[in-house]
Ligand binder design. Structure first.
Ligand SMILES: NC(=O)c1ccc[n+]([C@@H]2O[C@H](COP(=O)([O-])OP(=O)(O)OC[C@H]3O[C@@H](n4cnc5c(N)ncnc54)[C@H](O)[C@@H]3O)[C@@H](O)[C@H]2O)c1
Ligand SMILES: O=C(O)C(=O)C[C@]1(C(=O)O)C=C[C@@H](O)C=C1
Length: 381
């Protein structure tokens, strides 16, 4: 994505003397992960919103937000920042509702939706009465969903796209960027339409392909379950995202349907080309396809130099007990699981320590996760 990159060293724009309220609508995987990045910072109050009272209780019980409410007005009242973290299909109605409320002057409304053009266009047409809308999309996630899957580290070192328009006052963009430093993500700014073209290709198309592939194999498996039993690394690697949330992805694909239809056509042409190579027994042509793909893939940026270098990692919340790290390392050693690195991410008196375990092999990560879960450790990817 050709955009403008920013790097920061300073993390805060607020303090006890300059308190702020952050409202998060939809405290699921992404909303919950954002909430965890902000909660507990000096002068910050994080309020969660859900239409469902049981969900609001869960958000507070899990310690993801300071308080939670089912009232849209109460959550939005006096908020300095509002994050809309609901499915893409609901974003516009939330913006509509907010446009009818008395918001704090200078309030920044942003969203995390996986598509940007429609919500940005919609917000642009409304009068937000002193508030400003800035489209956003963190390029990190998981096939898991719900607040249970939220993690303080989800966005760390990921790219976080912002899509301000010509009309967005730059000082508001700067304010949002400064807040987002708390996620440790790297901001990239681009136009909303370009965002949808590119993210359609690198995120939405792979999800469609993974789902179609799994369903194709599931069809064969109906008459012979050896398909499922023999499915190993290759199938698992390319299909993890097929387990993503159906509602979230229904909304994304429908919202970006024009872009997707063109991409599906290109994909089919690519498959037809492969079929031609097979029909003509063109071994060189097939090998060339692999060479070209391998060359491009080897140039993909890792999740930024510095913090994350290993490909397979998990995080373990550990109580601050002496010897606990040695105990975990010993358990992995006994199970012959090769650990490439172990690092304490955070250790303060008021929060449990977080251990980051890195592995060179995905299989080691899977086995370590299963082992530590069976030993009742709180492990997340
Ligand atoms: N999953 C990912 O990898 C990922 C990554 C980046 C951005 N996003 C975007 O983030 C947003 C949230 O996705 P998520 O993965 O956190 O999903 P999630 O299911 O974990 O969370 C969605 C939240 O929205 C609430 N919600 C669901 N349906 C709702 C409705 N009809 N009305 C009001 N609230 C509703 C849920 O209670 C939940 O709190 C989506 O717009 C998605 O496109 C997802
Ligand atoms: O890693 C995953 O599981 C994801 O699906 C994350 C992913 C992606 O496709 O990269 C999915 C949707 C988002 O909008 C952004 C990121």
């Amino acid at each position: 994505m050709s955009g403008e990159f920013s790097d920061f060293t300073d993390f805060t724009d607020f303090s006890e003397k300059n308190p702020i309220k952050i409202a998060i609508f939809g405290v699921g995987l992404i909303g919950g992960s954002l909430a965890l990045c902000f909660k507990g910072k000096p002068g910050v109050r994080v309020v969660g919103h859900s239409v469902n009272p049981a969900s609001t209780e869960k958000y507070v019980a899990r310690g993801v937000v300071d308080s939670a409410t089912t009232s849209l007005e109460e959550a939005a009242k006096d908020a300095d920042f509002i994050f809309l973290c609901v499915p893409v299909g609901r974003l516009e109605e939330y913006v509509d509702e907010l446009s009818r409320m008395p918001l704090k002057p200078g309030c920044i409304i942003t969203d995390v939706g996986s598509t940007k053009a429609s919500v940005v266009r919609h917000a642009d047409k409304l009068s937000l009465r002193g508030a400003v809308f800035i489209g956003g999309h963190p390029m990190a996630g998981s096939e898991r969903s719900g607040v249970e899957a939220a993690s303080l580290h989800l966005l760390e070192n990921a790219y976080y796209v912002l899509t301000p328009t010509d009309k967005t006052p730059p000082e508001y963009v700067g304010k949002l960027e400064r807040l987002l430093r708390n996620t440790r993500a790297h901001i990239v700014k681009t136009d909303a339409v370009q965002h949808d073209d590119i993210v359609g290709a690198i995120s939405h198309l792979p999800h469609m392909i993974a789902v179609a592939l799994v369903n194709q194999i599931a069809g064969y498996n109906e008459s012979n379950d050896l398909y499922m039993r023999l499915a190993a690394g290759g199938f698992r690697d390319i299909t993890r995202i097929a387990s993503s949330d159906p509602t979230i992805w229904r909304d994304i694909l429908l919202n970006n349907r024009e872009v997707m239809l063109k991409l599906v056509q290109d994909w089919q042409e690519g498959m037809d080309q492969f079929a031609d190579l097979l029909r003509s027994e063109d071994g060189d042509g097939i090998a060339e396809q692999f060479r070209t793909a391998g060359d491009f893939r080897s140039q993909l940026p890792e999740r930024r130099k510095g913090m994350i270098t290993s490909l397979y990692e998990c995080y373990v919340n550990v109580p601050d007990h002496p010897g606990i790290i040695g105990k975990i390392a010993t358990e992995l050693g006994h199970a012959k699981i090769n650990l490439s690195n172990l690092r304490i991410i955070e250790s303060r008196e008021d929060v449990p320590g977080v251990l980051r375990l890195s592995f060179h092999q995905s299989d080691d990560l899977d086995r370590a996760t299963a082992l530590l879960k069976s030993l009742n450790y709180d492990v997340h990817a």
